[in-house]
Write a protein of this length. Structure first.
Length: 290
């Protein structure tokens, strides 16, 4: 079965170096496609589908996975004809954790070689402009998407995920636009989970499942440090439902709107401005799992 690996050659860290070292040895006959910048992984994945590859491996973090999935999804026959493999090289690797993939590169490659697959739901975001983007794990609008806009990338290289905390504090000092949710709720922060995890192995969306055809919708009416700290404590202790003041629901489809400019993030990357409709394509993505 023809397979290719899409990899950022400028990626840093021990796992990335392991991939570099293994390109000519343990990866074997797998074709290697190197990215040159943001968005290129999507282009490479779409072309890989057209070139007849049946297994496409995303070597990177959640952003790389998102790009590769979008490339597979837009190519004719991509979702039905291609399996997605994952080498988790990112800082957090939320989707890989959701799937229970091994943390080590060699172990993850062994999982890909075994080729066991499962079908999972694919999140879909459609903007009023007609633009469509897909996501695998989560979506968000409000202070989290604003924080992504404000992240200092040089600082991120130095301190990793803590750079998002710094950016989040900056975003919190700004006026928070109100986001209206189609089900009648409204809040300053809206998070939607296709899977359970957010920000690591924290079950932020305890009712979410990659196989139920639903998104878990979490609306925070007001963003404040005490309420965010309360939610964080609930995540860590596994009592999010009791600790969080968020309004929760599940939906096959929901539209988010705002009278102010608000970005929408998918899998940790901002992709466009509200309004947007979020929905689920059931059992749409073939993924290789342990």
């Amino acid at each position: 079965m023809r397979s290719c690996l899409i990899f950022n050659p400028t990626a840093r860290g021990e796992k990335a170096r392991a991939v570099h070292a293994g390109l000519q040895t343990w990866i074997g006959q797998c074709a290697v496609l190197l990215t040159t910048g943001p968005g290129h992984a999507q282009t490479l994945a779409a072309q890989a589908v057209r070139d007849g590859f049946k297994v496409i491996v995303a070597a990177g973090g959640d952003g790389t996975i998102n790009e590769v999935v979008n490339g597979i999804a837009v190519a004719p026959g991509g979702l039905t004809g291609v399996k997605l493999g994952i080498l988790p090289l990112g800082t957090v690797n939320v989707f890989a954790r959701e799937l229970g993939l091994p943390r080590g590169v060699r172990a993850a490659w062994g999982t890909i070689g075994a080729g066991r697959e499962t079908l999972v739901d694919l999140g879909r975001a459609e903007f009023d402009s007609g633009q469509v983007r897909f996501f695998v794990q989560l979506a968000g609008a409000g202070i989290d998407s604003r924080a992504i806009e404000l992240v200092n990338w040089k600082l991120k290289k130095k301190i990793g995920p803590l750079a998002y905390v710094v950016a989040g504090l900056q975003a919190w000092r700004e006026p928070q636009p109100m986001i209206a949710v189609e089900n009648g709720a409204a809040g300053e922060l809206v998070l939607l989970g296709n899977g359970r995890y957010y920000g690591g192995s924290f079950s932020f969306f305890p009712k979410a499942s990659l196989r139920d055809g639903l998104l878990e919708v979490c609306v925070f009416p007001k963003v404040s440090v005490p309420r965010l700290a309360q939610a964080a404590f609930g995540m860590v202790t596994g009592r999010l439902g009791q600790m969080s003041s968020a309004v929760r629901s599940q939906a096959k489809s929901v539209k988010l709107t705002s009278a102010s400019r608000v970005m929408l993030q998918l899998d940790g990357e901002n992709v466009g401005e509200l309004p947007a409709r979020l929905s689920v394509v059931p059992n749409a993505l073939r993924v290789i799992v342990p």
